[in-house]
Design a binder for this molecule. Structure first.
Ligand SMILES: NC(=O)c1ccc[n+]([C@@H]2O[C@H](COP(=O)([O-])OP(=O)(O)OC[C@H]3O[C@@H](n4cnc5c(N)ncnc54)[C@H](OP(=O)(O)O)[C@@H]3O)[C@@H](O)[C@H]2O)c1
Length: 243
């Protein structure tokens, strides 16, 4: 069954709806006639105005905030965690060992690993028990250990590798009780958002995609996937990336 395009009265929960990819996912889903409701959870407010859109504040580094944010959220057939950090005012990805700092490693793991793990703890209870449902966490190809040929970006790489293990482990537990559920990590490609912008100057233009294109591609790719893909790290084109 194609969960995104064929589920009747689909309810989707997008965490990180203020982000480049998260906001584009909300806007794409809101245009689909089978989508009944989109719940956006974000730290910063979003400017999405739509009768089918509901938003709540969340700080994924605070478990109390996660619990409060989703308390009144109804069950959903599609949950996408689209939060993440690569750089901010105080942190840039490390080029070499000399750049490692405990503070920046904590920051990367807090947002990219521990936050999503706690989200999965609470949001897995919101996966529709009676219907096939997806829980997707945006990860990154650079979190693949076997694909690491360039080095660098210690915090981001290792926090995404750890996220992949959280996903793999949760996927086994969740599918044990709900065999039609699918839990995956997803690499969206290189998308022109605030997260990637400082690093794409010399990147081949034909390999870049804007957030709207990435959202459409991601949701179309989910329609090709199902329980057999449980626990995998999936590339934007639907192929499997080895851990
Ligand atoms: N862009 C790419 O090329 C690319 C490639 C591979 C993987 N990804 C992954 O795709 C995901 C989305 O990235 P993006 O490109 O859309 O980045 P983005 O535009 O920077 O969005 C990141 C989102 O994460 C949210 N966030 C960060 N810390 C948070 C916290 N403590 N609590 C709640 N929300 C928090 C941000 O909220 P605020 O708006 O409040 O800051 C924002 O909504 C990330 O997991 C990223 O690693 C992106």
């Amino acid at each position: 069954m194609k969960i995104v395009s064929e589920t009747d009265q689909l309810h989707a929960i997008i965490v990180g709806s203020s982000g480049g990819i998260g906001k584009a996912l909300c806007e794409y889903l809101l245009q689909l006639s089978n989508v009944n409701k989109v719940t956006g959870l974000s730290r910063s407010p979003t400017d999405i105005n739509h009768e089918k859109f509901i938003s709540h504040h969340i700080d994924i580094t605070n478990e109390e905030s996660i619990i409060e944010s989703i308390a009144s959220v109804e069950e959903a057939q599609l949950i996408i965690i689209a939060t993440g950090v690569l750089h901010d005012d105080e942190m840039m990805p490390e080029k070499s060992l000399g750049n490692l700092s405990a503070a920046n490693l904590h920051r990367a793991f807090d947002v990219n690993t521990i936050g999503p793990a706690l989200l999965i703890k609470h949001l897995s209870k919101k996966m529709s028990p009676q219907q096939p449902s997806f829980l997707v966490a945006l990860s990154a190809k650079v979190g693949s250990i076997s694909d690491n040929l360039l080095g660098g970006w210690y915090g981001y790489r290792s926090s995404k590798a750890a996220l992949n293990m959280i996903i793999k482990t949760a996927s086994i537990e969740i599918q044990r009780f709900h065999p039609t559920h699918t839990v995956i990590a997803f690499h969206p490609g290189t998308v022109t958002t605030n997260l990637s912008n400082p690093f794409t100057t010399n990147y081949p233009k034909e390999k870049l995609i804007d957030p709207d294109g990435a959202a459409e591609r991601l949701l179309n790719t989910l329609d090709m996937l199902g329980p057999a893909n449980n626990g995998q790290l999936i590339n934007w084109d639907g192929t499997r990336i080895s851990f």
